[in-house]
Design a protein around this ligand. Structure first.
Ligand SMILES: NC(=O)c1ccc[n+]([C@@H]2O[C@H](COP(=O)([O-])OP(=O)(O)OC[C@H]3O[C@@H](n4cnc5c(N)ncnc54)[C@H](OP(=O)(O)O)[C@@H]3O)[C@@H](O)[C@H]2O)c1
Length: 295
């Protein structure tokens, strides 16, 4: 029996946990901040339910084979009490978050050789504790190697398509290029498609081009078509649609992953001497917008 603890049973953690519970060879424990009784996930192929063990007190946690962390990036440090009880010398820790800094964010908490960064493409939303809608097929990418292969094997009996990549860095940066333009609807609080203009296109294109330039300086392979598809997605964003999680979080008055999504482009741009004026401007404006949280 492989033991797995999922820290953060929100949209992503809850969906991943519900899928993994379907495999009787895996023993899943949920590590929650807000209590929940069970999981009910509406997936593209039907509803799956699960009633895994749920802990809300880190002191009750015991070491496991795998920890999957699925909190927002700004909650990393709050996972320390959980990790202190769940991780022993053999435990591996997979970080299922957006952004490109998975390992850096956890390197003060877990030895780097046991951290596994995970890029996930799986649109999901939580309406209440344990109540989640997964709206499209899910894809997971991890770095090639023993840790990555072992993580992929955990998903063998799920409908989440997990794959190890020799060039994980590019996978993460390509996703960030797609995500970075979501700061526009987060600022304007409306879909970009219906108000599309040449000036708006220049802003979206600038955000994505800066991201691609910094990603390439970091060593990622990012085709020009990635920028074009970011622009096309913003142009096609339909009236009334939520422009991604930053937009949704701002509407809900929640904290936002601005640093992991756009601040990182500015910070790493500085490191490489690459100007990122569009990302810097919009991060600054969002910070000044009166939103309580911008991290
Ligand atoms: N949702 C998507 O479609 C999607 C797609 C791709 C990538 N991502 C990325 O996946 C990551 C997770 O996003 P999400 O949408 O799943 O967020 P979410 O729905 O807000 O879930 C985060 C969960 O973490 C929990 N949490 C926070 N701190 C905790 C702690 N110290 N101990 C235990 N639980 C804790 C939260 O608890 P509460 O229940 O108390 O809030 C919540 O259940 C983010 O980096 C996001 O950008 C999301």
């Amino acid at each position: 029996m492989t033991t797995i603890a999922v820290i953060g049973p929100g949209a992503i953690g809850g969906t991943v946990a519900a899928w993994l519970v379907q495999d009787p060879a895996l023993a899943i424990t949920i590590c929650a901040r807000t209590p929940l009784d069970d999981l009910r996930v509406e997936t593209p192929s039907g509803v799956i339910t699960a009633r895994p063990k749920v802990l809300t007190d880190p002191a009750l946690a015991r070491p496991v084979d795998w920890v999957l962390v699925a909190t927002k990036t700004y909650d990393v440090d709050s996972t320390e009490p959980w990790l202190g009880h769940l991780v022993d010398t053999h435990t591996r820790v997979a970080i299922i978050q957006n952004g490109v800094e998975h390992v850096r964010l956890f390197s003060h908490l877990v030895p780097a050789e046991r951290l596994v960064p995970v890029m996930i493409n799986l649109p999901a939303a939580r309406s209440a504790p344990g109540r989640i809608v997964q709206s499209r097929h899910g894809i997971i990418a991890v770095p090639a190697g023993q840790n990555g292969d072992d993580l992929v094997a955990l998903f063998a009996h799920t409908e989440i398509e997990a794959r190890a990549h020799a060039d994980f860095l590019s996978q993460a940066w390509v996703k960030l290029c797609g995500n970075c333009a979501a700061i526009v609807p987060a600022l304007t609080l409306r879909a970009t498609g219906p108000v599309w203009s040449a000036d708006l296109e220049a802003i979206v294109r600038g955000l994505a081009e800066e991201c691609a330039a910094v990603g390439r300086a970091e060593g990622a392979d990012i085709a020009d078509s990635v920028v074009e598809s970011t622009v096309a997605n913003a142009r096609n964003m339909a009236e009334g649609s939520t422009g991604g999680s930053i937009h949704a979080d701002r509407l809900a008055g929640n904290r936002m992953e601005i640093d992991a999504r756009n601040g990182v482009i500015v910070r790493l741009g500085h490191k490489h001497g690459i100007a990122t004026p569009m990302n810097q401007l919009l991060v600054t404006l969002l910070a000044a917008s009166g939103s309580p949280w911008v991290k």
